[in-house]
Design a protein around this ligand. Structure first.
Ligand code: COA
Length: 324
């Protein structure tokens, strides 16, 4: 069994508001807020900030909150779709920066990456392989966004969130339910192609392309099904959920999910207004902020659900515990 022993986050210093975007794009604060719930996002300021530095910042905060040092960490997993280089992995670069020795690897499941990572870590704990795992969700999708594409630039922000996961004898701890799902035939509705792609001209820039309406529909349908299936398999009723931590992509998606699953809207935590969609970082940043405010109580039932490019989606259920 394991529990979340520490949480942390790191966000770029540069704030880009809806009004900042409206200065050079045919858009406005009212449209963006009413369609998405987003008011501002954080964007990498310069080359001193990137997916690795944000990951390391979030990891240090999580380790500090858990009272763990580099020598205590047995494995590093980073969920990211925006590494600064293909190899070695972001996790290797972070481990080296923080002085952590041991296995380190990345997971790319786009915006579902943190939930996929949680289930992978849960498998390691089930095999009693490690005492402490550092799991980070980090993305800098601004590096893939065409700043003049009003349909995508309004949505995404950069950031990183991290958790330390620690072994415990508590029989109520650990994953109470998991669902990892996806549909690769839907890949073209949200993608970034690079120069290796056969249909991309040499030296063309890689930009994120998205069919927003289709993504919206798939997200609502798949998230509803994933959460319902996972609750069902764990024999838990919607009303027994204390907190829903959904990927922060669009507040209207979150509203629709709560309505369809008959879960009180107040239980669905949000911070999308401040950060937009930070991809694999959105759930761990949200978790870190709410933990910082001491809003979770011992034994609270937390449902995590991510969805994103691939298409990928998935749900993990676990209880919050203050101590081992
Ligand atoms: N500002 C002002 N108008 C905009 C705009 C913007 N930033 N972006 C699009 N529009 C316009 C469109 O051109 C369209 O105009 P038209 O009716 O004259 O053709 C109109 O607004 C409606 O566009 P539409 O794309 O139908 O809006 P929507 O209600 O579907 O909202 C999204 C667009 C992107 C906000 C919404 O589809 C969405 O959030 N989808 C999910 C995306 C997502 O979550 N992606 C990440 C998944 S991990």
């Amino acid at each position: 069994m394991f529990y979340i022993s520490g949480t942390g986050k790191a966000i770029p210093s540069q704030i880009v508001t809806n009004n900042d975007l409206a200065l050079y794009l045919d858009t406005n604060d009212e449209w963006i807020t009413s369609r998405t719930g987003i008011k501002e996002r954080r964007i990498l300021k310069d080359h001193t900030e990137n997916t690795v530095t944000l990951s390391a910042g979030a990891a240090l905060e999580a380790m500090k909150n858990a009272n763990l040092s580099a020598k205590d960490i047995d494995c590093v997993i980073v969920a990211t779709a925006s590494p600064i280089q293909p190899i070695p992995s972001t996790a290797n670069l972070v481990a080296e920066m923080l002085g952590i020795h041991g296995p380190a690897f990345d997971i790319n499941a786009a915006c579902s990456g943190f939930v996929y990572g949680l289930s992978v870590a849960g498998g390691f704990f089930a095999q009693n392989m490690y005492e402490n795992i550092l799991l980070i969700g980090a993305d800098s999708l601004s590096t893939y966004i065409d700043k003049h594409d009003r349909s995508t630039v309004i949505l995404f922000g950069d950031g990183a969130g991290a958790v330390t996961l620690s072994a415990t004898e508590n029989p109520q701890a650990g994953l109470l339910g998991i669902d990892l799902s996806g549909d690769s035939s839907l890949a073209p509705i949200l993608e970034v192609r690079n120069n290796n792609h056969p249909e991309i001209e040499e030296n063309a820039e890689s930009h994120l392309t998205m069919n927003g309406r289709e993504v919206f529909k798939v997200a609502v349908r798949s998230v509803e099904k994933s959460i319902a299936t996972t609750l069902d398999s764990a024999n838990i009723k919607g009303q027994d959920v204390d907190w829903l931590l959904l990927h922060q992509a669009n507040v209207r998606i979150i509203d629709a999910i709560c309505e369809r699953l008959d879960i009180d809207r107040e239980k669905a935590l949000t911070n999308i207004e401040k950060y937009g969609n930070t991809s694999a970082a959105s759930i761990p940043i949200l978790l870190a902020e709410v933990a910082e405010q001491n809003r979770f109580k011992d034994g609270d039932l937390l449902v995590f659900c991510g969805f994103g490019a691939g298409m990928t989606w998935g749900t993990c259920i676990l209880r919050w515990f203050e101590n081992k």
